[in-house]
Design a protein around this ligand. Structure first.
Ligand SMILES: NC(=O)c1ccc[n+]([C@@H]2O[C@H](COP(=O)([O-])OP(=O)(O)OC[C@H]3O[C@@H](n4cnc5c(N)ncnc54)[C@H](OP(=O)(O)O)[C@@H]3O)[C@@H](O)[C@H]2O)c1
Length: 249
């Protein structure tokens, strides 16, 4: 039987490519994001396979909107949360910081609560969160983004352990990308940049295997763990010292 998959943040980048890969496998897919015109494109690309719901995950009632999307699909097996924003914020203005936490932390948590409740009712399910190597350490250019990715990472790990001990049949996967050539992956010091297609194929493989954690691509394991090991004086000067990134906005 073909799977039912919901992808939040499917209008562009990694989420969109994942939606295409699942559609090519004859899955039924629910897609959500703010740019409804891009979701419509997906619907036209794969007629009869895509259910769209335009929504901003920062909305107070996002949990209800997730449940509506689950209802349109008549159930769901996998919920993938790709939606996030990064705001480069050198002056530490309040708005970009709180916009980031509203989406990457508050919205993320609300989606997981709705997914968890549904999967407990049905007795099975798989939640996939897309974090980042940014979760490894802080960064002066985008403090809220790095902190939000650390939140997502620890939250997913907590749920994975919770599921294991509760034996509730809910699988948890954390995908940890390095750089991907998407709207979000812009900057002047990028290396090992994966195409969205490569990143999506590796991500899908990890999801199919229900891996607890997977680095996308695999070699980012090294950078993540090196960053974690660096003493403060090296981390501050080498990694943060000359960090300049171009903002998407
Ligand atoms: N690209 C990289 O180098 C990189 C590196 C590490 C981790 N990641 C992670 O990979 C994931 C996918 O990002 P990407 O690289 O594919 O970037 P992207 O092309 O900018 O995709 C981000 C997606 O999130 C959606 N989104 C953002 N805010 C939303 C909101 N408030 N409500 C609903 N949807 C929202 C966007 O759709 P709308 O704008 O239409 O709402 C879009 O579909 C993110 O979690 C990101 O943190 C990316």
């Amino acid at each position: 039987m073909s799977k039912k998959v919901i992808i939040i943040g499917a209008s562009s980048g990694l989420g969109r490519r994942l939606a295409e890969l699942y559609a090519e496998e004859d899955c039924m897919i629910g897609v959500m994001s703010r740019r409804g015109n891009l979701l419509k494109e997906l619907e036209l690309q794969y007629p009869g396979k895509i259910f769209i719901q335009q929504a901003d995950i920062a909305n107070e009632n996002i949990g209800l909107q997730i449940k509506q999307l689950i209802k349109s699909l008549n159930g769901v097996d996998i919920i993938i949360i790709a939606a996030s924003v990064i705001k480069f914020n050198n002056i530490l203005a309040e708005k970009p910081e709180t916009e980031t936490t509203d989406i990457n932390v508050r919205g993320f948590t609300k989606i997981i609560s709705a997914a968890w409740e549904h999967f407990l009712e049905t007795g099975h399910g798989h939640i996939v969160g897309i974090t980042s190597i940014a979760a490894a350490r802080g960064n002066k250019a985008a403090p809220a983004y790095h902190a939000s990715k650390a939140f997502q990472s620890i939250y997913l790990e907590s749920l994975r352990v919770k599921s294991k001990y509760e034996r509730n049949n809910i699988s948890i996967t954390e995908l940890i990308p390095g750089y991907i050539d998407t709207a979000m992956g812009k900057g002047d010091r990028l290396f090992w940049v994966a195409s969205p297609d490569k990143a999506a194929r590796e991500s899908k493989k990890a999801i199919d295997k229900k891996k607890a954690r997977a680095f996308i691509t695999k070699r980012w394991w090294l950078v993540y763990h090196l960053q974690r090991l660096l003493p403060i004086f090296i981390y501050d000067s080498v990694v943060n010292g000359s960090w300049k990134l171009k903002s998407k906005n």
